[in-house]
Design a protein around this ligand. Structure first.
Ligand SMILES: [Zn+2]
Ligand SMILES: [Zn+2]
Length: 231
């Protein structure tokens, strides 16, 4: 099962997960034109798209994807917020089988109606990916993980130092996005024995630092590939 980031920041998010025979998109936070430009696979050949929440950097082309026949899955709260009548509604902890992939929704913690993260399992290889973005923290415990794609938005020290950012905005970020130490603490609670790659998502350009984050994760999780997904 492959995980490819097409875009990962507050400017737009889109990720491809493929078992070879089945390919799904996670997030639709680009224009259709930009999604087509960045995607190595034909948009019409996507088996489904799963959306985590209604913010435009995650859902910009959700309606257009529905219009071209790509089934879109999300929580009821997200579908209502997006006013998307064609959405396929799933509940938290519900699983959906799309070809050889099994996708299970779980709750995340963000300033939106009903945000979800997704665990994706390949029925043939039994690989399992945890995907969670735009969430203050997480409390799900998955076993048998082989890949983790998790938000690592900011370092509190760097955020605190941003003098041009009003305190109100800093507080909003702290209440809606994941700090690096929170991500590390959470990952240590998981069984990482079979995890080969940790993908860090949605890094802030002003209160994140790719070099520093990479260094910190590599020291904290020796033997696991750490990959910072670019804008
Ligand atoms: Zn976002
Ligand atoms: Zn968001």
């Amino acid at each position: 099962m492959t995980f490819i980031s097409l875009a990962s920041s507050s400017k737009g998010n889109a990720y491809l997960v493929s078992s070879g025979s089945t390919t799904i998109l996670l997030e639709a936070g680009l224009s259709m034109k930009e999604l087509r430009r960045r995607s190595p696979v034909q948009i019409s050949s996507l088996n489904a798209v799963f959306i985590t929440h209604e913010h435009m950097d995650h859902a910009k082309c959700a309606k257009k994807l529905c219009d071209v026949g790509v089934p879109a899955y999300m929580s009821e709260g997200t579908a209502i917020a997006l006013d998307l009548e064609d959405a396929n509604i799933i509940d938290s902890h519900e699983s959906v089988e799309i070809g050889t992939l099994k996708i299970t929704a779980f709750d995340t913690y963000h300033n939106t109606a009903q945000p979800f993260g997704y665990a994706i399992e390949d029925a043939n290889t039994k690989e399992r990916l945890l995907f969670a973005v735009d969430t203050v923290n997480l409390n799900v415990r998955w076993s048998g993980l082989t890949q983790v794609a998790i938000e690592c938005n900011y370092a509190d020290e760097l955020l605190g130092r941003l003098s041009r950012l009003p305190d109100k905005v800093k507080e909003r970020i702290r209440r809606s996005h994941m700090e690096i130490e929170t991500a590390i603490k959470y990952l240590h609670k998981l069984d990482l024995r079979n995890v080969r790659t940790i993908y860090l998502l949605h890094m802030s350009s002003s209160s994140g630092d790719a070099g520093r984050f990479l260094d910190r994760f590599e020291r904290e999780f020796p033997g696991i590939n750490i990959h910072i997904c670019a804008e």
